[in-house]
Design a protein around this ligand. Structure first.
Ligand code: TGC
Ligand code: FAD
Length: 408
């Protein structure tokens, strides 16, 4: 394999020239359920990932480096806000297209998908859904093109699974709001131009506010030492008497339901995305099983390896059908939060299990950056926790089944 290098922000980033040989499994011919436009979108995003992400991603993860230059490129290929109407710079596409885009990007890397899904579902979506016309015109086209990068601040140091307890708050000062508090574990925060921040009013009601980089008292310290999502920039949002113009409050909806609606959209994207990571692990394991010779035979000829591959394909096929059907319901506007929880929880759980089995099939090579397995596995440890943990989604389903919420 040949390796060349480029300088990015003073850091040497290596670019592998070995081809990315990914082929997607489609055992139940789910392609027949897609339109020509869906397939065209998929092939263009797949080409982009093979060209722009696969050659650098292992090195970026090794160096814990967020390749910021990907942001305008995501804008160019329409990865930001695919479902937002064209008049605001979005793609005007359906939810299946959105799912496909997230799947192809996360096939490359979960951290890269985080960058895209936070921008689309957690920054552009709330501005589109709850913002004033002036806010939509001001921010959405710049977010769609990648001129602006955004982040979403819901989680706080003491309030993760229980966001309704948040303490970040704002006071009405007559001609502006005064924002205080902090958010933690925020994807994109160290590089973001704007943050959609959820905070309580003096009446204790949750509202969304758009906070811009450069507002005095607003800082975004980076979180270091992550062994997961290493190519994604994660950080805090700290508000120390930040003066936020009144025109930056999202007027359309208040209460926890507003950020939860954004999470419905983002969790849907993750259901497709994590499946992309699972398919990349399966594809690599299948190929390795046919190429690796032990006891004078390809290891793929042994029953135990075939069992692993067969079980992987079974879970992938089931999850593909769940995601596709959920996409159809999203398009019809009838997918419920619990239906989305089932898909997010299932895709991430099967992806983690497939990554672990694929790691075994690759033997010792599976722990190296020659193959994508360990990187996907470590990334998925974040994906199983963010946007609602594995157990929180189980409880959302439990509440749907019984009518009894077991959170508190
Ligand atoms: P609960 O009493 O159930 O609800 C409070 C109010 O919110 C409303 N609501 C919804 N409305 C619309 N859509 C939804 N999906 C809604 N879910 C809830 C609900 O109707 C109620 O309204 P109202 O008017 O009656 O007050 O709330 P709870 O406090 O009991 O909490 C429920 C729980 C635990 C399910 C929920 O809070 C939860 O999902 N917790 C997990 C938190 C989470 O997912 N955080 C994600 C942070 S963002 C992130 O991780 C980004 S990672 C990005 C990346 O890099 O990809
Ligand atoms: P906790 O809520 O403290 O949970 C700890 C454990 O307790 C979990 O196993 C959980 O399932 C369990 N638990 C909690 N409550 C219950 C209960 N009622 N019943 C049973 N078990 C329970 N947040 C944002 O707002 N924006 C972002 O962009 C963002 N990006 C992130 C990026 C990364 C890399 C990570 C790791 C997190 C990110 N998050 C973000 C935060 C993420 O959403 C939270 O980590 C997640 O919601 C869980 O909160 P917590 O970490 O505080 O865990």
């Amino acid at each position: 394999m040949q390796v060349t290098s480029t300088q990015q922000n003073g850091l040497e980033i290596k670019r592998k020239t070995a081809p990315d040989r990914y082929e997607m499994p489609d055992f139940y011919q789910i392609d027949d359920l897609l339109t020509e436009e869906h397939k065209l979108i998929r092939s263009s995003i797949r080409d982009f990932v093979k060209r722009e992400i696969s050659p650098i991603i292992e090195d970026c993860c090794e160096k814990a480096y967020f390749p910021e230059s990907i942001v305008p490129k995501f804008g160019e290929i329409g990865a930001f806000g695919p479902t937002i109407p064209v008049e605001y710079g979005g793609g005007g596409l359906d939810y299946i297209s959105y799912g496909i885009i997230m799947q192809e990007i996360e096939r490359g890397d979960s951290g890269m998908r985080s960058t895209a899904s936070v921008q689309g579902s957690l920054v552009m979506y709330p501005i589109f859904k709850f913002g004033s016309e002036e806010q939509k015109k001001k921010y959405l086209p710049k977010l769609a093109s990648g001129e602006y990068l955004g982040c979403f601040g819901l989680t706080e140091p003491d309030f993760g699974s229980n966001p309704s307890g948040m303490v970040t708050n704002f006071k009405d000062m007559g001609d502006h709001y005064l924002l205080n508090g902090s958010k933690m574990w925020i994807s994109n925060s160290p590089k973001a131009d704007i943050a959609v921040v959820w905070a309580k009013s003096e009446a204790g009601r949750i509202h969304g506010l758009i906070v811009e980089r450069g507002m005095p008292g607003f800082t975004t310290p980076e979180t270091h030492g992550k062994w997961s999502l290493r190519a994604s920039a994660t950080g805090e949002l700290v508000f120390d008497n930040v003066k936020v113009p009144k025109s930056n409050l999202l007027p359309g909806k208040s209460g926890l339901g507003a950020p939860m609606m954004c999470l419905d959209s983002a969790r849907y994207g993750i259901a497709w995305g994590a499946l992309g990571a699972a398919m990349d692990c399966y594809d690599s394991a299948r190929r390795y099983a046919m190429e690796r010779i032990q006891f004078d035979k390809p290891i793929g000829s042994f029953q135990l390896i075939q069992k692993k591959l067969s079980e992987m394909l079974t879970e992938i096929t089931k999850a593909q059908l769940v995601c596709w059907r959920l996409g159809v319901m999203m398009n019809e506007g009838k997918a419920s939060t619990a239906q989305i929880s089932l898909a997010k929880r299932n895709s991430v759980a099967i992806a983690l299990e497939i990554a672990r089995e694929a790691r075994q099939i690759h033997g010792g090579m599976g722990i190296t950056g020659e193959y994508p397995i360990m990187r996907h596995m470590m990334n998925l440890e974040s994906v199983v926790t963010y946007e609602g943990t594995h157990d929180i989604h189980l409880l959302i389903l439990g509440a749907e089944i019984t009518g009894l919420a077991a959170f508190k």
